[in-house]
Design a protein around this ligand. Structure first.
Ligand code: HBI
Ligand code: FE
Length: 287
């Protein structure tokens, strides 16, 4: 989690934003975007929630090259009142929450190098923009992101950021959603990853468990590899409703005493779509 150890870089504003400086991207950087985009655009249509493909369309994101945030913000503003602003990298939690609460999505301006094509630690512009921004054109998901930011500001005052961050992780970053009898992808960490876009839906290794707010906020997550458990929401409407109607304070109170759940736990009262073999996770431990 982004703690208070971050130092605001020279040249960034009070709210940590920087100019995107779109004109300074090199042809190689634009080409890297196009390579990543082509790979995901080929794989995703049958796998991702339809609202994601709609978002790519609304935002005209299939045009070649790294998107210009001003143009993206113009289109997004018309659709849902959101904007995209550039930041140098990770920003402190409360800065992050404050931007979301004001319908501003913060995005890194740098793009990964060819050596980092399949794995990098910090979110780059492909993860942030391709992964996150299309769903911000969906009115209900857009409201959820704002509600999350507002919840974050409250959680910070209560010392419960760790628990609330798990909600973000298991929804916005790594969420799955029901589509009739099928499951679809919507989490940005999945849809921006070539490997995880397949793994999260098709591999027998991970658990796929029905979303439960309190359950999710008790559950640890991995930042170093594919997830061992994915949580499945019924719809964005349901996710937003639960987030708005639930009083988080009693949940936080009960979580303060509860033990954390491990990344691969399956509980007796979980709604289980897949009880994973964890074969992938185990193979990674041995190697
Ligand atoms: N900063 N740039 C950036 N991107 C994030 O996703 C981000 C962050 N700072 C904090 C943060 N996320 C977390 O606190 C949230 O995921 C809870
Ligand atoms: Fe992200």
């Amino acid at each position: 989690m982004a703690g208070s150890d971050l130092i605001r870089p020279p040249g960034s504003a009070e709210d940590w934003t920087v100019p995107q400086d779109w004109a300074s991207y090199t042809p190689d950087e634009h080409a890297m975007w196009d390579t990543l985009f082509a790979r995901q655009a080929e794989m995703l249509p049958s796998r991702v929630v339809p609202a994601f493909m709609d978002g790519l369309d609304i935002l005209r994101m299939s045009r070649p090259g790294i998107p210009d945030f001003d143009e993206l913000s113009d289109r997004l503003m018309k659709a849902t009142g959101w904007q995209v602003v550039a930041v140098p990298g990770l920003v402190p939690d409360e800065v992050f929450f404050d931007h979301l609460a004001n319908r501003r999505f913060v995005a890194g301006r740098f793009i990964r190098t060819p050596e980092q094509i399949d794995y990098l630690q910090e979110p780059d512009i492909f993860h942030d923009v391709f992964g996150h921004v299309p769903l911000l054109a969906h009115p209900v998901f857009a409201d959820y992101m704002q509600a999350y930011g507002e919840g974050g500001l409250r959680a910070a005052k209560l010392g419960m950021i760790k628990q609330l961050a798990r909600l973000y992780w298991y929804t916005v970053e790594f969420g799955l959603i029901r589509d009739g009898d099928a499951l679809k992808l919507y989490g940005a960490g999945i849809v921006s990853s070539f490997g995880e876009s397949r793994f999260a839906l098709d591999d027998p290794s991970p658990n796929r468990i029905g979303f439960d707010l309190q359950r999710v906020m008790r559950t640890d997550y991995r930042i170093d590899d594919y997830q061992q458990t994915y949580f499945v929401i019924d719809s964005f409407e349901d996710l937003l409703r639960q987030t708005l109607e639930t009083d988080f304070a009693p949940i936080y109170a009960s979580l303060a005493d509860a033990t954390d759940l491990k990344t691969d736990d399956v509980l007796a009262d979980d709604v289980v779509f897949t009880h994973g073999t964890q074969a992938y996770a185990h193979s990674r431990l041995e190697s």
